[in-house]
Design a protein around this ligand. Structure first.
Ligand code: ADP
Ligand code: MG
Ligand code: MG
Length: 880
């Protein structure tokens, strides 16, 4: 017989932490706490296996489940010394959802179950509190009707408000729910099972990559009441500050209230000192338990507790959501405190988090100036750090819509609920007028890494009119506001931000990471300017993996010369234009070489189609118009002829499919003078700075190679020019000539390519485009649909497709190294900074990954994690 139900209570539990997948996070930790001797109301958990059966069989329970439920219900009755449905001593329970990972508020929970017309009287009599009993009943009817019977909550809000003011109690007639408490229980368990499929839960799963088949467990436990008067109350707390990671109890308390009021952000709780003042012994007890839980779980905990008539109960513990900065600090501090080791600390932080920890912050002076100018709208509670600037929107749908259209938005709400999660995700920042630091908005925002201010009470949100009002000022939808989640300030207009920097904690953590990485992947940056190169170096880049030379062509003062070069009708004119560009390029390279003194710099020769440098639509129209005007007026024949030739040339250069057209090494082959100029500029720069004592290692990279012929031709061309410069200057500079592997054919013939290439760099943007046959510029037309339908698991342009594109890479590496065993191999596509892709690059034994400067810290960590995991799995030498 399968065991579908696990009991906890009376100091002993059948489950424990290790049964997380079966009992869900909530269920397994309630069991664990029970076994630790921590006061937890008794109850039992129905497993995710039961859910799986229910799900598979079209909502049928496994045969044994009802009997097992009843059996555990009896046990619960005897431990709780109350009877389910008993008119004198009614047992009330909560029916709680809980998946193996925490999905705060995304699924349903029903409280006060077990009340009906009879038991409510019993409850009133036992507690000698009629008002309380009816309030419980009201809450239950509402929740049950909403969650189980699908009655919209607003219907109840309106009715109850009216009824409450009339009678002081609830409406009793016409309840659409069962009087039979066992039937209530059965239906509630079903409803919690079903809540796995609620829209908000599905959205949350999508955002956080949680598999659909995990399902939820259901915990049924005795109710405890924080709303029994002044010796009762409820609280939520973190064992460390989730915004900063500081070691202090960060908690809130609300006297005479039920926990759901705090968690939902409906009422703003008091600082935890309120508990210390009112119930000092309970306060000490909470603190002691919090510390015990943290040491037991070896991580910062987020706990919920309720005090019923002077007795403390823990209702939940889980590892607490935290800001990126806090994640780093907590992990580092726990190593210092000898709670965890460095491996654990490094594996515990998501690479994305160290990137977030260096996100921009507001420029202090700019912010002070804005406040001086009267731009401060409100101060609320600083709930999640970060500087966010965006247009105000007032509902989640609008946030999603606008963000999709490329707008930056700030979601402003009275409070948030789980329905708003997609909107919160789409927004840059979140502001609520109600709720405390542990409200839904705060917890979710911290987890998502969004700047968030809660409880900004001066702000009055009018969702209907799509405005908020504050101190007589009206802010409309679409108005720009700035949100400082670190200080709690909400400002009108755009406040300037400054770039973030690596704090001491991040530095230290990354230094550990680098230690484990020495036998693994290198990390380089994609950087096109000396400033970017400098920044990359500060973030720990060990070289540059990609300098895109075309970006240097786009500068305003250069574009006319570039056009001259492109449009040149003959070699002489083209050479003359190129000669004008050479000093610019040389200066750019010198700047980058200086910034990267001692480190390798990979420079890619011109790659994009010449088409991209042509006059844009408007400029072209003007050209044609001027020509026509001159013609009509019959003046300036020379100018007419010049324009005529220009227009003809533009027409000639236009391509039907430029991405597959005249670009990359194809340009270098048809116009050798272009690459010739670039190589000369690179080598002149290298020789010049070498003479000044800078150590340079230029790596000249040919883009878009697809045939051996192309490789051989461009390799020899490059060598000729480069060696020429060395001979002229008499400065010996060691340099390499290699290629991008971004055309599938190049990966397939990598062995032959390697004969003429001294290094490879996988250009996974083009390689993905060409392997899938998806145009990067048009993919938005169908990819979102594909993602929705689950036809592809990720956007392959941001997460490397390991089975397809990855296979191409493996083949390329294997064949390339078969000819040149020590071939240096890197990746320089967008994927080089994405954690799962970095892990892949480690597995296939690349030499380095290269990514944008701001992703370098994350890449350093991801590479270290890949190595640590490999070692834990018994992997040996990194090098092939
Ligand atoms: P969620 O996953 O949405 O946080 P929970 O199952 O934790 O849902 O329930 C929401 C809130 O209901 C809890 O934070 C707690 O305050 C309250 N609650 C749940 N079970 C009980 C109980 N047995 N006694 C008192 N309050 C409870
Ligand atoms: Mg909870
Ligand atoms: Mg490319």
């Amino acid at each position: 017989m399968t065991k579908y139900v696990y009991f906890f209570g009376g100091g002993h539990a059948e489950g424990s932490s290790v049964m997380r997948n079966l009992l869900g996070g909530k269920g397994c930790e309630l069991a664990e706490m029970t076994n630790l001797g921590i006061p937890v109301p008794p109850g039992f958990t129905v497993t995710t296996q039961a859910w799986a059966h229910y799900n598979r069989s079209g909502h049928e329970w496994p045969e044994e489940l009802w009997d097992q439920t009843l059996e555990n219900l009896h046990r619960l009755e005897s431990v709780a010394e109350a009877g389910f449905g008993d008119p004198q001593r009614p047992l009330l329970v909560s029916v709680r959802s809980g998946a193996r990972v925490s999905m705060p508020g995304m699924m349903e929970t029903i409280l006060n179950l077990g009340l009906n017309d009879t038991t409510v009287e019993g409850l009133a009599a036992r507690t000698r509190n009629e008002r309380f009993a009816w309030d419980c009943y009201r809450r239950f009817v509402m929740m049950f009707a909403n969650v189980v019977l699908g009655v919209r909550r607003e219907v109840f809000d309106a009715e109850f408000d009216a009824a409450k003011s009339r009678l002081g109690v609830n409406e009793r007639t016409g309840r659409p729910f069962p009087e039979d408490v066992k039937e209530q229980l059965r239906l509630a368990i079903n409803a919690v099972f079903d809540s796995w499929f609620a829209k908000k839960a599905a959205e949350y799963r999508r955002i956080h990559n949680i598999p659909e088949e995990w399902g939820t467990a259901v915990t049924v436990m005795a109710m405890v009441f924080g709303n029994l008067g002044e010796t009762s109350g409820t609280g939520v707390g973190f064992t460390r500050d989730p915004r900063t990671g500081d070691k202090r109890f960060y908690a809130e308390f609300l006297p005479n209230a039920q926990g759901e009021d705090v968690v939902a952000g409906i009422r703003t709780p008091l600082p935890i000192e309120a508990l210390r003042e009112r119930m000092p012994t309970i306060y000490d007890e909470v603190l002691e338990i919090a510390g015990r839980l943290e040491r037991h779980y070896k991580d910062m905990q987020d706990i919920e507790f309720t005090v019923q008539d002077g007795t403390l109960y823990l209702l939940q513990t889980r590892s607490g959501k935290r800001s990126a900065r806090a994640a780093v600090k907590v992990a580092r501090d726990l190593v210092d405190e000898h709670v965890i080791d460095q491996h654990t600390a490094l594996l515990r932080i998501r690479p994305q988090e160290v990137n977030e920890a260096i996100r921009p912050i507001f420029d202090d002076r700019e912010k002070a100036a804005a406040i001086d100018r009267g731009r401060l709208l409100a101060r609320g509670l600083p709930a999640a750090p970060g500087a966010a600037v965006g247009k105000a929107v007032f509902d989640a749908d609008r946030a999603v819509e606008w963000a999709r259209a490329g707008e930056q938005v700030i979601l402003v709400r009275p409070e948030t609920s789980p329905e708003d999660v997609a909107g919160m995700y789409a927004a840059k920042g979140i502001v609520t007028s109600r709720g405390g630091r542990t409200s839904h908005a705060a917890v979710v925002a911290v987890g998502m890494g969004k700047a968030c201010v809660v409880g900004a009470a001066e702000i009055v949100v009018d969702e209907h009119r799509r405005v908020f009002e504050v101190g007589g000022r009206i802010v409309r939808e679409g108005d720009w506001i700035s949100v400082d989640g670190g200080s709690g300030e909400v400002l009108l207009d755009i406040v300037k931000t400054v770039e973030g920097e690596l704090g001491d904690e991040v530095q230290e953590l990354l230094s550990w990471a680098d230690r484990y990485r020495t036998e693994g992947l290198g990390v380089r940056a994609n950087a096109d300017t000396p400033t970017d190169a400098q920044r990359a170096r500060e973030f720990g880049a060990e070289g540059i993996g990609l300098v895109r030379t075309e970006h240097m062509f786009f500068a305003p003062e250069r574009i006319p010369i570039v056009r001259e070069m492109i449009m040149a009708v003959d070699q002489t004119t083209r050479r003359a234009a190129l000669e004008k560009l050479r000093p610019f390029q040389r200066d750019d390279f010198m700047g980058i070489f200086r910034a990267m003194d001692g480190l390798p710099v990979t420079i890619r020769l011109l790659d994009p189609p010449l088409h991209e440098f042509l006059p844009n639509h408007k400029e072209y129209k003007e050209l044609v118009e001027t020509r026509s005007r001159l013609e009509a007026l019959g003046i300036n024949p020379e100018e007419q002829a010049r324009l005529e030739a220009l227009i003809a040339n533009v027409e000639k250069l236009r391509e039907a499919n430029p991405m597959l057209g005249h670009r990359g090494c194809r340009l270098g082959i048809t116009h050798p003078e272009i690459y010739g100029m670039q190589v000369r500029a690179i080598m002149e720069a290298a020789c010049t700075v070498t003479e000044q004592g800078v150590h340079v290692e230029p790596e000249i990279m040919i883009p878009l190679t697809g045939t051996v012929g192309e490789m051989k031709e461009t390799f020899e061309q490059t060598k000729r020019v480069a060696d020429g410069v060395i001979a002229e200057t008499g400065v010996a500079v060691r340099y390499l000539v290699g290629t991008m592997i971004e055309v599938p054919r190049a990966a397939l013939i990598a062995a032959q390519i390697a004969e003429h290439a001294e290094f490879f760099s996988f250009g996974t943007n083009d390689l993905t485009q060409l392997t899938y046959g998806y145009s990067r510029d048009d993919v938005a037309k169908f990819l979102p649909k594909y993602l929705d339908m689950g036809l592809v698991p990720h956007d392959p342009f941001s997460v490397l497709d390991q089975e397809g594109v990855g296979e191409m890479i493996k083949i390329g590496i294997e064949r390339g190294r078969s000819r040149r065993p020590n071939l240096k191999i890197g990746i320089c596509g967008e994927h080089g900074g994405e954690a799962s892709s970095v892990e892949f690059c480690h597995r296939v034994k690349m030499t380095y990954v290269s990514c944008s400067p701001y992703l370098i810290p994350g890449a350093r960590l991801a590479a270290a994690q890949a190595r640590i995991k490999e070692r834990q799995a018994g992997g040996g030498d990194y090098r092939a």
